[in-house]
Design a protein around this ligand. Sequence first.
Ligand code: FES
Length: 91
Amino acid sequence: MTDTDTVRIRLTVDGRSVEVTSGTTVAAALAIAGVSGSRLSVEGEPREALCGMGVCQECRVTIDGRAHVLACQTLCRDGQRVQTRNGTVHA
Ligand code: FES
């Protein structure tokens, strides 16, 4: 794949439009969007991606209405809607 073959994908993260390249995971899109925190623990503590390989479950988000999807194991798709439970945007 060359730079000219790069496919741009646009999705929303907590209502904010984000553009990424094909092959980008949702966890990476959260970082690109400046969002830290994917969910809250049962004690109400903010949690975010830790292992990046599908083990820790800390990166769970809601994607297109489906809850508890692992952001680190899911590739971005055009038009996708990602919602965090405690996404904090850092400017
Ligand atoms: S970051 Fe650990 S399961 Fe996704």
